[in-house]
Design a protein around this ligand. Sequence first.
Ligand code: M6R
Length: 637
Amino acid sequence: MCGIVAFTGTIDAVDVLLGGLRRLEYRGYDSAGVALVPRANELICVRRKGKVAQLAAALGRETAAPGREAPVAPTSSSAPAPAGTTGIGHTRWATHGVPSEANAHPHRDCSGKLAVVHNGIIENHTALRAELVAAGHTFASQTDTEVAAHLIEHYYQGNLAEAVRQALQRLSGSFALAAVHAAHPDRIVVTRNDAPLVLGSCAYGALAASDTPALLEHTRDVIYLGDRDLAVLHADGRVECYDPAGSHYVPTQVRVEWSLEQAERGGYPDFMLKEIHEQPRVLRDTISGRFAVENPGLVFEELPFSDRDFANLDRIQVIACGTSYHAGLIGRNLIEAWARLPVDVEVASEFRYRDPIVTPRTLVIAISQSGETADTLEAVKLARRAGAFVVGLTNVVGSRITLEANAVIYIKANLEVAVAATKSFLGQVAMLTLLALHLGYHRGFLSTAQVSEIYADIQKLPAQIEEILADTTAIERCAEACKDAQTVLFIGRGVGATTCYEGALKLKEISYLHAEAFSAGEIKHGPIALIDPDGLDDPTKATPVVVVAAQSATYDKTLANIEEVIARGARVVALATAGDKRIAELTERVISIPPVRECLSPILASVPLQLFARAIACARGCDVDQPRNLAKSVTVE
Ligand code: M6R
C-alpha cells in the first residue's frame, strides 16, 4: 500500500524522507519518489521504479536500514544530491496505471511548481480528469493522483492551504494527500479521508507519514488527523490543523511508546522469523490481566455488557479479510462450542455487497490487524448503520477501525513489519479464545471450574510454542521435501481444517507456490483428483499433502484420510501430537506439537506451518518480508 512521508524544517529533507520511506517499505510498493524545494520557486522531482535504494542512488544517497542513522552527506557521485529542507516522499503500490517511473509519485501540475503525493483512491478521478483536460490541463500519467495536482493548481491563487481546501471539496474516495509548492519553501499542506496519515513535530521541523514508525526517529508525540481535516506543516515545527468547515483547532497529541528497536529485525535474518519467535511473548501479554481470581469470568473492560446484554444477543457476525478471516473461523468454533451462540464468519469484501441480516441483537466482531483494511471498515460502517454493536479487534492503536467501532479490543502483537501476518494472527486467535470463554461464562454455558481449567491450559501455550521453536529440524526437512512441488494441499478436520486454511495462505503468499486447503472429509468429493498418481512409482512426482492430525475427536477419521491420499501417491507431511506412533507408521515426515486440548490446537499448530512456509519461501529465494504484489495495509478495495 502506498506510503507518504513529508518533512519541512531546518535540516536536510532528503535524509528524513528516505529514512521515513525505508520505514514504510513493509507496506509493499513498486516505485518511489520525492519532490524537494531546494530554494524558493524551484521544485525538483526524482522518481524511480523499484526500491527506495534505487531512488536513494538516484539522489546520490545511500539509505540506512531502519533504526540506523541515515548518512548526512552524499556517498555516491552518480548524481548531485538536491539540497533543501522541505519535501514530500512516496512509495507507490500501483492501483491506477502500471508500475512505472511516469506513474510514480510525486505528481506535478502543469507549471511544474506544485507536487502531490497520495495514498488511496480518488473515486471520481475520471470525471475530474475530463473536466481538467477540457480546461486546458495536460496530464503526464495514468494515475488518479495527478488529478489532485491539477485540481489544486486550478484553485491556487497564492495560498496553498486554501487551494487544497477547495480541491478537497471536489474529491471523493479514500485518500491521504501531501502537497508542496515551490513558492512556499517553508510549508507542506496535508489532508486525509478514510486513509491513514499521522503528523508530528520536533525541534527541527514538522512531519507527516502514513504510519507511525516513519516518524519515531524524530518524535514520539503524534497527531491523528480527522477525516477531511487539513493541516499545514511549518518549517519552524508548528502544525496548524483545520476541521472540514475550515475552523482552526488545537490537535491532541498522543504519546507513542513503541521503540525504534521494535521496528528492527533483532538479529534475525528477516522480520518474519523475528515475529514468529515473538509469539510466546505475544501470548503472554494477551493473557496477562484477563483472569481475575476473585471473579472467575474474564476481564473485558472494553465490553460494556451486562449478563442480560450477553443473553439478549441472538448471533455473532465476524467480518474480516485474509488471515484475520481465518482467525475468525477458529473463533467461530470456540464461541459456538462455549457460548452456544450462532456465529457467521464472512470476508468483508462479500459482506458489504450483500444485504446481510444484521440487527441490534447481532454482535459484530470486526478483525483487522492493521485496522485500516478498506473492506472491513466499510463492512463495519454497514453493520453500525443496521444498529449492531461492533467490536473492533486490532493491533494498531489509533487506526481507523478504532474510530469506527463501538468498542475496541487491542491484541498485544506490537508492530508487525513482515507483510505476512504471523504474530498478529496468533494474537487474534488468542484474544478470540479468551472472548469465547468470557461469552461462555456470562451466558451461563461454562462453569467457573471449566473456565479455570481451560484458562490454565491457555497459560501453558507460550512455553509450548517455545518448545516448538527450540527445534525446527523436522519442519525444515519437510519443507525441503516440498519446495519444488507444483502444488501443496493442506487437509484437516474441525479446527484442524481452519488451521490448514491459514497454513495454505501463508505458503502461497510468501513462496508463490500454489497451495490449497480443504476439509479432509471433503477431499473425496473433488480435491483428491489433484493428487498425481505418478507419485506411486516416482516419488519426485508425488503431490505433497500436509495433514493436520493432532489428537482430536476426529483423529481416527483423519488417519483414514492420510491412508486415502497415500494410496493415490501423495507425499504426506503430518502435523501430529508428539509421540504419536500411529502417524509415524504412515509417514516419515512428521512435525510434532506438544499435547494440547483440541480447541486450543490451532494456536500451536499454526506455528510450525508458518515456519514451514517460510522455509520453503527461503529455499525458493523469495523475499519473505515483502512478497510480490502484496501490501501490509490494504487501504483500497
Ligand atoms: O490488516 P488486516 O488484518 O485487516 O488485513 C487483512 C489481510 O489483508 C491480511 O490478513 C493478509 O491476508 C495478510 N497478507 C496475511 O498474511
